[in-house]
Design a protein around this ligand. Structure first.
Ligand SMILES: Nc1ncnc2c1ncn2[C@@H]1O[C@H](COP(=O)(O)OP(=O)(O)OP(=O)(O)O)[C@@H](O)[C@H]1O
Ligand SMILES: [Mg+2]
Length: 272
């Protein structure tokens, strides 16, 4: 039998983790209901992300990852439980939380720069200051010379970089990303991983990244969470103690392949 003192210690740890969490997912379950069917998508998810921490979630298709992210982003209310940002229950999108999806939506009649400052415009913020900051960030992610381009002139990778700049511009303390590089080719994706590692380390914001790529999850995260097939539950949390800053050489670290192997073990023979 487990030592009760140890169990109390674990409960205490969880409570203090929750008290300092940037994002707290607390006992979240979600059922999609229609007149003909009801689908239990998430079942009892508990997850805390500390300020500045990078957490990746991997899981098979349909296990509820996007549902979880939409709940964290305030785009959906869970059937049970709650998402909390900085201790406050999430009731809708927040300006201090950036969200990036697989396909960046850009308005075709605005330039890249104007698309990037759009949320600041919508919030009635200082546009002159925002444009100056956006220009700097666009340069930093390799989009110098594309400030005035139309979104249609950008490649998929360039659009996602612009989307990251757009999310960073409001100085979010939490970035939620749902398969942001899913539509990119393997080489561009690897390059974007290196850039995201650098951006996350420099900005210090907490990140929740959903991905189908095991190596991407391990490369970027401090912790990789594996979900079960639907209904989504947490199957395992794997700490990733690889040194930072992460760089191309991180992938040569013997522990990198050992961790990828550990994550892959959950999917072997299950079609992931
Ligand atoms: N709007 C909806 N109405 C009904 N069922 C839904 C809805 N959205 C998602 N589902 C169901 O909930 C489950 C989880 O969907 P979700 O999109 O969260 O999965 P996912 O893990 O993001 O999948 P993928 O990796 O393919 O993006 C799936 O079985 C899906 O069919
Ligand atoms: Mg999804």
């Amino acid at each position: 039998m487990q030592n009760p003192t140890r169990l109390y210690a674990i409960a205490d740890d969880r409570q203090s983790e929750a008290a300092t969490a940037m994002l707290q997912i607390s006992a979240v379950s979600h059922t999609y209901s229609s007149t003909t069917a009801s689908t239990l998508a998430l079942d009892g998810i508990d997850l805390n992300i500390a300020p500045g921490e990078f957490v990746a979630i991997v899981g098979s298709s349909g296990c509820g990852k996007s549902t979880l992210l939409r709940i964290a982003a305030g785009l959906m209310t869970p059937s049970l439980g709650a998402a909390l940002v900085d201790g406050a229950v999430v009731t809708g999108p927040r300006p201090d939380v950036g969200v990036i999806f697989q396909d960046a939506v850009m308005l075709p009649w605005f330039s890249v720069l104007e698309n990037v400052v759009l949320p600041i415009r919508a919030a009635g913020g200082n546009l002159t200051k925002a444009r100056r900051h956006a220009a700097e960030l666009l340069d930093r992610v390799g989009l110098a010379g594309f400030h005035d381009a139309a979104p249609s002139q950008l490649s998929g990778g360039m659009r996602q970089r612009a989307a990251i700049v757009r999310a960073l511009l409001s100085k979010p303390r939490l970035l939620l990303m749902d398969e942001p590089f899913g539509a990119l080719d393997a080489l561009t994706r690897e390059q974007m991983n290196l850039e995201l590692a650098r951006i996350a380390e420099q900005s210090g914001c907490a990140v929740l990244l959903i991905t189908h790529s095991i190596s991407e999850a391990v490369f970027l995260s401090d912790r990789t969470i594996v979900m079960t097939p639907r209904p989504g539950r947490i199957a395992e949390e794997i700490a990733v103690p690889l040194p930072r800053p992460r760089a191309a050489t991180t992938m040569l670290h013997p522990e990198f392949s050992a961790l990828c192997h550990q994550v892959r073990g959950h999917f072997d023979g299950k079609g992931e």
